[in-house]
Design a protein. Sequence first.
Length: 151
Amino acid sequence: MVKRTSHQDSLCGVARPLDAIGDGWSLLIIRDAFDGLRRFGEFQKSLGLAKNILAARLRTLVDHGILQAVPAADGGRHQDYVLTAKGRGLFPVLVALRQWGEDHFFRADEPHVRLVDKRAGLPLRRLEPQAHDGTPLAPEDTVVRFPGENP
């Protein structure tokens, strides 16, 4: 298998997390964890993923502190995988990815699953980058600054 390039020393906040969540399976495992899945078998059934690949992805997510392996809630011999605070911090990332996917990968009339507010049953408001004062920002309104650069 080809060894992936590590981004652990990158100064970029997009590149560095890719070591932990940079493949589709990892993001789908995290999605399923948000949906309440906790056990290896539940993830495997949901994703149809080979056991060795699922085990490797779960190990990486645990090693990076996104999931935590804990004793089974029912006292069984297996372990459960639960999102840590770091893992729960990925919620806005998944919401943004879902909204982007809904915008660009489905026809207007094509049915698909939707993420809704539990209380109201309504879709979530669009995520939108904003300046400190709440003004919406487009890509051309931002710039990447490297350490040591003057504003």
